[in-house]
Ligand binder design. Structure first.
Ligand code: FAD
Ligand code: NAI
Length: 466
């Protein structure tokens, strides 16, 4: 039986990054993945393919709706969905091949097969009828998550679909019903709305992207309504059925009235659940919480101190970069180092257009914590750069402590917000005040000037361009 210092089960951004860091620190490392390609949800059916389709659909939408305004006359463009999907698949392959290369470069032994605990230090890896066993001093569980199914809306993967199928459709839906106005609902709803589908979103709560600052929820709803997406908030879905061609969805609204929706596809995007099925946690006495997540302490150790868990399978935001940070954290902890993760400073991004990006606490959270605060906002429409590109929707909102001026929350919706949020992360990592940002030179003309202006507004209500 091969012996390793560390075995990692799951090759998503948590698992493969942990493997690289373990190898860098001199550990003999094994990585176990049940699928034939590495990279997990993020690379295969998550972050990367969704962003490829978001970019392609945005090009199409711009060609249809913005080119003429920019003085570019073209014949009416047509969607070639097969090519769009095939390009997306090529982007995924290039990316997953890159992980193969990184594993070889770092001399990590990759096992393709389904991993499960036999006992504290032995893992069985099953591939079809073959079984290999390896032993490891330490183990990292990085098995990620799967789409959550509603009890009355089982995925048939044809008409009642999860994000995985929505990334591989063969036709542009005429009418797509989306259950859940969370990140997946808005991102993939945007893809198909841009390609011409009539998209109807049904959300249980009273707003979109409920985890974000309310100002962001309000603004993104406004922008996506302009794109043609219809929103039904405070609706409780009670039934979903399909005859193989059409999908019917029943829901009750705020007044308890029944409302019916019809479409040719229904995307169910109501969250994701930790994936531990078949892992044999019972063989090592590791428990999961009420939501099925593996329980860990502050060092990300399970109840067995040599078995760690990271990423979507444990508590916290289900984000690729959170899983990556935890992969590095665990590798360094195993090596006797003292790493640190500030969970408050893990940014969140929604890749709609305009993009939403956020770090730190929302205004609602700050209010609830009883902290006195001030808010500075700046709209993109007041920015020369935004007018030049024609991307005037959105705003930057900076919340700082009323007494110390330390930035507590950094929220933005607008062009390139996904990339611009890095300024907020750096500022908050170094515990900057709003005035620190307000006094830094920001190149002109750039979208980043909206950050400086919002910081000026938060400092002393002294934004220059409103
Ligand atoms: P995963 O990526 O889920 O990887 C777990 C791996 O473990 C999988 O490959 C699985 O096959 C394997 N596995 C499970 N059990 C076993 C076993 N017993 N044996 C062997 N292998 C096993 N996050 C972002 O930060 N930005 C985004 O833009 C973004 N976009 C997304 C878009 C979509 C459509 C979806 C669905 C998710 C998106 N996410 C995004 C979330 C992101 O994909 C996850 O947070 C991230 O992949 C979690 O990483 P992980 O390593 O914990 O798990
Ligand atoms: P989510 O948690 O973001 O949103 C789910 C939405 O569904 C919530 O608004 C919730 O109130 C609603 N909902 C739940 N049950 C419902 C019901 N029965 N009827 C109607 N609405 C209901 O989950 P989502 O969008 O499925 O994404 C899963 C995870 O993937 C997220 O945690 C997210 O972090 C990650 N992800 C991240 C992305 C990014 O970083 N850009 C992109 C896509 C996914």
């Amino acid at each position: 039986m091969d012996k390793f210092d560390v075995a990692i089960i799951g090759s998503g951004p948590g698992g493969y990054v942990a493997a690289i860091r373990c190898a860098q620190l001199g550990m003999k490392t094994a990585l176990i993945e049940k699928y034939s390609t590495l990279g997990g949800t993020c690379l295969n059916v998550g972050c990367i393919p969704s962003k490829a389709l978001l970019d392609s659909s945005e090009h199409f939408h711009n060609a249809m709706h913005s080119f003429a305004d920019h003085g570019i006359d073209i014949e009416t463009p047509k969607v070639n969905l097969a090519q769009m999907i095939s390009r997306k698949n090529a982007v995924v392959s290039q990316t997953t091949d890159g992980i193969d290369f990184l594993m070889k470069k770092n001399k990590i032994t990759v096992f393709q097969g389904f991993g499960s605990f036999v006992d504290d230090h032995t893992i069985a890896i099953k591939k079809e009828t073959e079984e290999t066993k390896i032993s490891a001093n330490k183990v990292i569980i990085a098995t990620g998550s799967k789409p959550t199914e509603l009890p009355f809306a089982k995925f048939d993967k044809e008409r009642i679909i999860s994000s995985t199928e929505a990334l591989n459709l063969k036709e542009v839906p005429k009418q797509m019903i989306v259950i859940g106005a969370g990140v997946i609902g808005l991102e993939l709803g945007s893809v198909y709305a841009r390609l011409g589908s009539e998209v109807t979103v049904i959300e249980y709560l009273d707003k979109a992207i409920p985890g974000y600052d309310s100002a962001m929820s309000k603004e993104i709803t406004k922008s996506l309504k302009k794109l043609g997406i219809k929103f039904n908030f405070s609706h409780k879905v009670t039934d979903v059925s399909s005859d193989g061609k059409k999908v019917s969805v029943s829901a009750t609204d705020k007044k308890n009235q029944e409302v019916k929706f019809e479409g040719d596809y229904c995307l169910v995007a109501v969250g994701r659940s930790a994936y531990t099925a078949g892992l044999g946690l019972e063989n090592v006495g590791i428990k999961t919480d009420q939501r099925g997540k593996v329980e860990v302490n502050e060092k990300l150790q399970t109840s067995k101190e040599h078995i760690f868990a990271i990423g979507d399978v444990i508590k916290g935001a289900m984000l690729a970069h959170k899983a990556e940070e935890e992969g590095v954290f665990v590798a360094e902890t195993m090596a006797g180092q003292k790493p640190h993760i500030d969970y408050n400073l893990i940014p969140g991004v929604v890749y709609t257009w305009p993009e939403v990006a956020s770090v730190g606490r929302t205004e609602e959270q700050i209010k609830e914590a009883g902290i006195s605060y001030k808010v500075g906002s700046f709209p993109f429409r007041a920015l020369g750069r935004a007018r030049a590109s024609g991307d005037t929707d959105g705003l930057v909102k900076i919340i700082s402590d009323k007494n110390t001026d330390e930035i507590l929350g950094f929220h933005m919706i607008g062009p390139r917000a996904a990339d611009l949020i890095a300024e907020g992360v750096v500022a908050m990592e170094y515990r900057a005040s709003a005035e620190d940002i307000a006094r830094m030179s920001h190149a002109h003309p750039t979208f980043a000037e909206a950050i400086k202006e919002a910081a000026l507004a938060a400092t002393d209500n002294r934004a220059l361009h409103v």
